[in-house]
Every structure is written in structure tokens, then in C-alpha cells.
Design a protein around this ligand. Sequence first.
Ligand code: ADE
Length: 354
Amino acid sequence: MNSKEIAKIVGVSRSTVSRVINNYPDIPEATREKVLKAIRENNYYPNSSARRLVGMKSSTLGVFVVDIKDNEKPHHVIENNEDLLYGNSYFSPFINAFIDQANKAQYYVLVSTVYSSDELWKIKSSFCEKRIDGGVIIGSKDNEYEKILEVIGKDFIIAAVDINVTEENKDKAIYINLNNYKGAFEATKYLIDLGHRDIGIITGDITKLSGSVRFESFKQALLENGIQLNEDYIAYGDFTEYSGYIGMKKILKSSRRPTAVFVCNDTMAIGAYKAIGEMGLSIPDDISVIGFDNSQISQYMYPPLTSVNVSLPEAAKLSADLLIKSIEKKELVPEVKIVDTTIVERASCKRIDN
Ligand code: ADE
């Protein structure tokens, strides 16, 4: 089937068929309808835009990496490199596994970044232009996610990673969350069980769910074990190497140094290691460090970093599978999945005597 044959069936010129396909405005509505009907009925797929016009599936999933910095520069710009996506230990394993899983099910993947509120339209337009059949949002804060829901409206199949599930939003998406509470509690308890009492924390971005839950859980674990949290031992990071570096420098300035620090992701632990080394201290003899996320790099750090494993590839596979399940059912099937955590012991923590 080609455009000449469609033209013949409808009784119009070939250029009229092409104008309909390319969405020209000067075609009478009745003619447009007839051409689209013939395209549909004769399974004529000249290219992706025609396919979208006739309401076919795009067989494409979207991944929206959200890192909104309206009042400051995005991390990859600050760090003067393109690390946000390519080298990022959180986004990149997620994206890789998501693409693999989607491809296995014969779906393509369209990846977009959203670095400012002005770019939220990208999400809506990907759906409205039928570029994607469903999409996953990763990296956004709860309030940004609410804005995204408002912008894109309803009737779209979306999944969200690391978002607080509420009565209001629970039916609007598929949610994939990490067991941050359990992971952070166990990490803190691990340090306590090794005899540590002076324990510091470098938090993640506490405006994001994983940042705030990991911090709250750390405080609760200390409280339940009768340990006072020293304000000097808290550094507020944002999940980047640099904030881990600055955070550890701050903590090490305390008059009485902590003997252990819970660093809320492995990326920040890289910066923390650098700060510890620059102060002439050694891990774990002078200070124990435990990370979170069990990023690929943590096994190659020196000493290898003990970390809380949370499988981002598993989160990605779940997101892709559940999106595809909804797409094939032709309606959103809201669900909440939690990816579990376990401690991976390496060499960065040691037992101390009190
Ligand atoms: N680890 C957990 N949440 C994260 C995030 N939003 N960015 C980077 N690392 C993370």
C-alpha cells in the first residue's frame, strides 16, 4: 500500500493525501476524515507522523529525568561536565536497565531531561504528540511531581520513581519506591552494633523523598538506641560528590570527631573519601563510612565501600514492565512497588571498643 493507492481509494490527489498526513490546515474536514479512515483501514504506515495521526501505538516509552534547578545551575553545569546523565550513579543504571527491559518487549525508549520548570511542557507534549505510549518520571521532588500531574492532566500512563504516595495521587500513576527507611535504619544500626556512638550523617537532598526518609530513619535509629545526635555531625548534602566533600570537611572540623559517618549515597561518599584523605585520616582506622545505593563504583573505592544495596536496575525493570502492562490493557493500572534493600559489607567500617 502506498499514498497513490490511498489517493485512488478516497478519490483525491496524491498531494491531498500527503497534505493530510503532514497535517496541513487547508484540507476540508470531511476530506481529512476520509483520508485518515482509508489510511487506518488499509494499514498504511508511511512514517511515524502518519502513524501517530491515525492513533496507532508509538511502541515507545518515555524516561523523564527531572533535575529542576530554577534558582541555580543544574549539577552537570556546575560541575562543568555532562555527568548528570552519563556518569550519574543513580540515573544512568536506571536508564540503561529501563532501555534493555523496554527493548526486550519490542518498545523503543525516548529519554528527555527536565532541568527547569519551563521545560515541564516536554512531558506533556511527548504524550500529546503521541510520541510515547507511557513514561516514567525519575528525580523529581514531591512538589514538582504534583506540578507535573497538573500539567499533563489525566488519561496518560505514567510511572514515578521515589515519590511519596498519597490519597490524592495514588490512583494517578504507577509508583516505584525504594525501601529507604529500612535501608537507612539498618545502616545506622550496623554502625551502632560495631560499637559506634559518635555517628555523623551527610544527608542527600532532603527535598527529595529518598533524601528526607534516609535522614528521618537515621535519627529514629539513633533515638531508639539511646544515642544523642550531635548537630555538629550533620551535613546537608544534595547527592553530588562535591556536597559529600564539603559535608565531610564540615563534619571533620567538629571539636570531637565522630567515629563513623552514614553518607546517604555512594556518590557523596566519593567526595567524603577525598575530604578524609586530605585531612590525613584513614578509613576505617580513624573513621568508618557507610554509603547507600551500592553504586557500581563502590566496590572499586579504596577501601571498598560498605553500602546499602538498592537495585536501580530492578526499579527500572519494574517501571518498564508495569508501564507496558498498562499500555497493553489500554488503561493505567495504578500500583505501588517497593524495591528492597540489603547491606553489602566491604571494608570501610570497623568495630571499635568503647
Ligand atoms: N540516591 C537516591 N536518590 C537519589 C537522587 N535523587 N539522586 C542521586 N542519588 C540518589
